[in-house]
Design a protein. Sequence first.
Length: 352
Amino acid sequence: MSASVIAQPGGDRRGTRSRGFTLLELLFSILIIGILMGLLGLSAVHIMKTARVTADRQMVKSIQAGISEFQKEFGFIPPLMKEQHDVDEATGTPNPSTVVTAGRARVDIYLNALNADVDELHGVIPPGEGAQPDNPLRDPRFSTRSLAVYLAGALNIPVTAASTVPMDGIAGPGLYKPNQDGTFTVPADVRNASTTSARTTGAFQPFVSLGKTPKLYSSVVSPFKVELRDSRDAPIRYYRWLQGREEPAGSRKFVIETPADLNVPPMVARDHTNTLYDYFKKRPERDLLSNAAVRGASYAVVSAGPNRVFGDESRVELGRRLGHGDPGAWTPALELKYRAEAEEDNIVEVGQ
């Protein structure tokens, strides 16, 4: 006869009743989930930022490739356009950016057959602009318009009051043959048209693919302001320089004996033995002493990177962009620190 077991009141029921979460356990679980979501969000932001920087590098490389194609086609790299006098400071009106000689429109560039601005391309700061000891990155040998004009044919302005034919002969991206003196060789029937000609036979297509990056910008205020811009709407700079120190002075004979004689703009590469750059991180691609590519370069394409600041802007602009308070209170050392911060994420590609 089998024995029966009868449960007694108040007996042990641990095996028959489940236990719920305590408040402490619930809060701890929520905290863990929050931390994991935060880490996931930071990872996503980092991935997006990395992707954009990679895209910017590819954009700069594509522009460099466009310059190489331009050079193969015409035998010279794009000239460096002057930009200092886009607007008359007294009247606020745009200044003419072209002159017409022998029926050809010429852009105002640093070095061509009609002028001798070799001093400026050798790094001599133009009269009246003055030096800025607290800004070792400052160098005027760049243009934000040259690439838009010479790679995309974007300077669509009338050459005379009576003609609406653009300077390069084509309304819109594309251009007729550019010349090293700043002129464009445009067919007579196109140049003399009373209205914008649709003719593109014999014209060259843009040497860079335009889209989201780089994109073509044209000002509605100044018809002379055209730029290639990156995905953050920051202009892309084109630097050009001439190598050599004039010896003797006035001889127009240039020699290279030291790294300084290479005249490379400091935004492109620099000699870090100079104490002016003690606050700036030493990067191999910008090291003038160890990088053979920059020592042999004659031009560079520079993007401001994620922070949209190059590093050579005015104190006011630098303070506004970086959010570092009143620039008037900056010490020289603090200014150098902020300039180093600003230029740290710049993207630089050089070429010959």
